[in-house]
Design a protein around this ligand. Structure first.
Ligand SMILES: [Zn+2]
Length: 117
């Protein structure tokens, strides 16, 4: 696992029906579906999002520019307790009534696009 973060972006909010959405970045080659099936849809031209075909739980995010890695929804893991996020992304999209009560670094968009807030 490479990164763990909260995403406040509008796309994640709409796709998950919640905000912020905690994610874990993993190597695509290390990801295996053990049971059930993932359904995929394009949430934007470069992004595919996966959800459980059986229950609808949001599960995964794939971006065309980074095919070797993918993001998996932290709360879909059997034991998400040890997978605490390390920072917040897209706080520029943060809803005004969401209060961040931790001291983790916050980025207006991606870590590459902006300095911490
Ligand atoms: Zn997002």
């Amino acid at each position: 696992m490479r990164e763990r973060f909260f995403c406040h972006c509008e796309s994640c909010r709409r796709c998950a029906g919640a905000s912020p959405v905690p994610w874990v970045t993993v190597a695509t080659s290390a990801f295996t579906v053990l049971r059930g099936e993932i359904s995929w849809f394009a949430s934007s031209p470069e992004v595919r999002r996966g959800f459980c075909a059986g229950c609808g739980t949001p599960l995964a995010y794939l971006h065309a520019s980074t095919p070797r890695e993918m993001d998996v929804v932290t709360l879909s893991f059997d034991d998400p307790g040890p997978l605490a996020p390390q920072y917040h992304l897209w706080v520029g999209d943060q809803l005004p009534w969401i209060v961040i009560a931790d001291a983790l670094p916050r980025y207006a968009a991606t870590r590459e696009q902006a300095q911490p807030r």
